[in-house]
Ligand binder design. Structure first.
Ligand code: NAD
Length: 489
């Protein structure tokens, strides 16, 4: 049986407590994961501090950037291993993991290496009343040891999204991937080892949240900052833990995202785009659209076309190139999603497509599958419209005016993403700027330039990462102010 060990102070470390890593496509056990106890997490944090004070902290930015490039190269060299690990941990199809997850895992290191090399710093000249002046300039320093806690939906992509800028800024990291998806994180530790990352700069600890590695990281007084992606209620537990010692936090949390389809949209392109926006990764992307508003003149046609498109979605083995949709991540999450399908029925929804569990007649029947689903006719106040489901389901609703749809789209405690489909230029700007979200896409969705701010408001998170926003979060800035007296006369 494959063993996923912790990586602490430059060494792979076993533990006595182990848990199973399950392939959600067929429910089989694929690896044993070594759960880090409190002592192991403390050792990792101490190793991180030693690395920041030592070899890694003394590595000049140009060499840090070169190291990040080597990491990206090594991920690409081991592309097949990463792909296999990601597919078996998540069940996501090769068509997705090979084009999104693994390439972005490598790209995250290159972009932050490039940003590190070009990151500007502020400087001001300050005139003083006595005729003298002062020069102010900032210097960027690492925060120290950063705790990184990541989710299971895009395991390598979301972990490296934080590891890369944290290392670029000279920090050490202690990472805890989701207990559901420890595979690619363990491979990343192998990559760090292979490229000669100084011991302690990158540490990996496996485990769960409460009373396990996650909590041991977030409650440690020696962790200097916490960056977290996951559910909003986990964010609130981590915020409470971090409050004790007052430290920077960056949170990328849940969403209940709206899509707005105007009657003047390019119908076919919109349908293609909305299929991705609703169903990519089986709807298990924080950015996915669970609330779809369609302007009334094209409502019936759009809903019928969406239901028709769903017939071509192919659920199946992740390794099959023809598969377009995978399972839910776990039995527990499958039950949660099915619970929302049942709740939708109770709340009075009409099922336009899906709503059940597919049957394969092979080992896939032991996996955690649900049918891609479209529902309609729920009031905006329904729980299915208010709560994040995180599965392959959307609710479609007609609307009549721009003002009405803006109000309804913004009627949520989340504030992550919106996608707007229209060919009217003025409307595109007006509506996208009115969305109470961190990310508004027009005639596109999940189209990312990694230099731009990424994050959400309300229950969707705190802060922005991406480009210079990441550099600023992962750095401590010191402003140096120098008074320069006038030349004596
Ligand atoms: P989760 O919150 O259950 O778990 C995320 C991570 O937190 C895991 O590693 C878990 O072990 C750890 N954890 C759980 N409880 C903890 C605690 N008390 N202390 C410390 N660590 C703890 O989230 P998930 O189910 O893995 O991921 C799905 C969620 O993530 C969805 O809500 C989704 O919207 C959100 N998400 C957000 C973004 C974004 O960028 N905004 C991206 C991806 C996913």
């Amino acid at each position: 049986m494959k063993q996923y060990r912790n990586y602490i102070a430059g060494e792979f470390v076993e533990s006595t407590r182990r848990f199973d890593d399950i392939d959600p496509a067929d429910g089989s056990v694929i690896a044993q994961v070594h759960e880090a106890d409190r002592a192991a997490v403390e050792t990792a944090i101490a190793a991180g501090k030693a690395a920041v004070d030592g070899a890694w902290g003394k590595t000049p930015p140009a060499q840090r950037a070169a190291m990040l490039y080597r990491i990206a190269d090594e991920i690409e060299r081991r592309f097949a291993d990463f792909l296999e690990a990601e597919m078996s941990d998540t069940g996501k199809p090769t068509s997705l993991a090979s084009t999104v997850d693994i390439p972005r895992g490598a790209a995250n290191f290159r972009i932050f290496a490039d940003i590190l090399k070009t990151a500007p710093l502020e400087s001001f000249k300050t005139d003083l009343p006595d005729g003298a002046h002062a020069i102010n300039y900032t210097v960027r320093k690492p925060l120290g040891v950063v705790g990184i806690i990541s989710p299971w939906n895009l395991p390598l992509l979301l972990l490296t999204w934080k590891v890369a800028p944290a290392l670029a800024c000279g920090n050490a990291v202690v990472c805890k991937p989701s207990e559901e998806t420890p595979g690619t994180a363990t491979l990343l530790a192998e990559v760090m080892h292979a490229v000669g990352m100084p011991a302690g700069a990158f540490n990996l600890v496996h485990g769960f949240g409460p009373d396990s590695a996650g909590e041991f990281i977030t409650t440690s007084p020696d962790i200097d900052a916490i960056t977290f992606t996951g559910e909003s209620r986990t964010g609130s537990a981590i915020m409470r833990a971090a409050a004790e010692h007052v430290k920077p936090i960056s949170f990328e949390l849940g969403g209940k995202n709206a899509a707005i389809v105007f009657a003047d949209c390019d119908f076919d392109k919109t349908l293609d785009g909305m299929m991705r926006a609703i169903y990519l990764n089986s709807g298990q992307v924080c950015l996915c659209s669970e609330r779809v508003f369609v302007e009334r003149p094209i409502y019936e046609r759009f809903v019928a076309a969406l239901a028709e498109r769903l017939k071509s979605v192919k659920l199946g083995w992740p390794t099959d190139a023809a598969t377009t949709m995978g399972p839910m991540i776990s039995a527990e999450h499958r039950d949660k999603v099915l619970g929302y399908y049942a709740l939708a029925l109770e709340e009075g929804a009409s099922f336009i497509a899906g709503g059940g569990v597919p049957h394969f007649g092979n080992a896939l029947d032991n996996g955690f599958w649900v049918e891609p689903t479209v529902v309609a006719d729920l009031p905006d106040s329904a729980r299915c419209i208010k709560e994040e489901i995180f599965g392959p389901i959307c609710h479609v609703a007609p609307f009549d005016t721009e003002a009405e749809v803006i109000r309804r789209a913004n009627d949520t405690r989340y504030g992550l993403a919106a996608t707007i489909w229209t060919t009217n230029l003025n409307r595109a700007h007006r509506v996208s700027q009115s969305m109470k979200v961190g990310l508004a896409w027009v005639n596109s969705w999940f189209l990312r330039d990694l230099r731009t701010p990424f994050g959400g408001s309300g229950l969707s998170g705190i802060g922005r990462e991406g480009g210079m926003h990441s550099m600023n979060f992962y750095s401590e800035l010191t402003n140096v102010c120098i008074r320069i007296d006038q030349e004596p006369t």
